[in-house]
Write a protein that binds this ligand. Sequence first.
Ligand SMILES: O=C(O)[C@H](O)COP(=O)(O)O
Length: 568
Amino acid sequence: MLRCRAGVATIAPGWRLSEFIAPTTEAAVIDATLWDCVAVKAVAAMAEGGNQSLGAASQGHEAAESVRFLSELRWAGEQRKVQAEAFHRAGFSPPGNAGSFAAMMAAQAGAQVLANGSAIHPSSSPPTSFSPPRARAQSQSVPLSAPRLLTPFDTGDIKILLLENVSQGAVKMLKEQGYQVDFHTKAWSEEELIQNIGQYHAIGIRSKTKLTSKVFRAAHKLLVVGCFCIGTNQVDLESAAKAGVAVFNSPFANSRSVAELVIGEMIGLSRQLGDRANEMRQGTWNKVSKGCYEVRGKILGIVGYGHIGSQLSVLAEAMGMHVIYYDVVPLMPLGSAKQVPTLNELLGTADFVSLHVPELAETKNMIRAEQIKAMKKGAYLINNARGTVVDIPALVEGLKSGHLAGAAVDVFPKEPAASGPGTFSDELNSWASELCKLPNVMLTPHIGGSTEEAQRMIGIEVSDALIRYMNFGGSVGAVNFPEVDLRAITEADSRVIRICYVHQNQPGSLRAVNEILGSFNVDKQHSDSHKDVAYLMADISGVSENDVREIYDRISKTNANILTRLLS
Ligand SMILES: O=C(O)[C@H](O)COP(=O)(O)O
């Protein structure tokens, strides 16, 4: 019971706090802060142990106590929420209880995470035995029950294939969900994938494993792909969407690592560090200053001012460099950087040109003989983006002629599937040995994002996206798929199931599915489309066990069906 000046109101688990502060009662005459605090205390107490009696609001001393207690409680809750969100954004689990997946889910969904780690979720529905107050507040509500972990219906044990040595943190997170995880350090060929993919519900890859339309045709159980990297060009995104497979990546967790590598490469090139280090290994002491420079005061030209390019811009300015950048869209410069209108202007101005563009048809051979010629004499070219962006034979010519003073290349048109001696050879790329012989060329095996920090953050971020999609159906962040989500089903919501329906984006498809759902109480629903594919999530309540099979069968037989999942 929650006692107030207006008399007595009853509050029970699952009921919204905001409905108790509706201005339709005399509660409105009570100081809003005090009222809010008292109500929150009642809610918090009940979150721990069911209904409580509070007689504080009308009694000065206790009211003051409540204010103090609740201010602390709310402050702590807010801090944990802010912290949880910040950690999530940074790709980490928050520490302590708030680090549990449920708490992280709650934080993502805007829930208050209490100091004891339990979550007061803003989204649970009231129990049906309660009649709603007249004025239902639209503002954020504070229900009492933690989000319920959902389990898929009819999917069997979830099996996940992880390739390319993704972080052990990801392996751990996925195993903790009870999934069966098969972990491999190398990339698989198309043939290997076609033979084996049929048994997996999810696959995690990095930049080397190619997921082609043929692979998706063989992937009968596949629900989701996690690219544990930034790039998604290795995945046929359209085929994935048409097969009802959502694809997630980590859009920026390795940006800092790549940006730092470029800084190292700029200094390495302008001091010819690669050559000096190699000579020393061969016993040659070659102390030279000719052709070696500081980077201070030099002009860095960044092509592509996204997450990596902009990080690099800040770091380079901190070393006293001048930064210009070229991007296809106008972007706000950081620090004193300046956007230039054309690639050619950048090439003709910069001492260092660093590429940070995705692999697209438009970026294929973006830097070829003509662009290399347009660069300043004595400039350096750095490519940590994608191997297809630079025409390497043209680069070889530019270096041999002495027009360029050096280059750093981390990415190649064809890259070996696994690490090991002899894998970077002319068999793979016909010009490999010629490139290796050139002076002041730093070649690295696609290690831009390969740091402990980046891999850990990517591991958490992408695993979280996979878990969210598989367990809860939320597709926010997918790169090829409609982005849909629903607030959580909570422990207090009984007999509620979640429908996840991926379907053709065609007229009549929603009518067909809603005819089926119409016999039940649709608690909430959200749908969206992306090109030819649409995705609907709906929570329906009052469903018996017998209904579940029937709902599944009927929805999966609709004309537009691509993939139907039920979670309960
Ligand atoms: O796409 C990326 O994030 C980078 O190219 C790194 O790819 P990797 O994870 O395969 O090293």
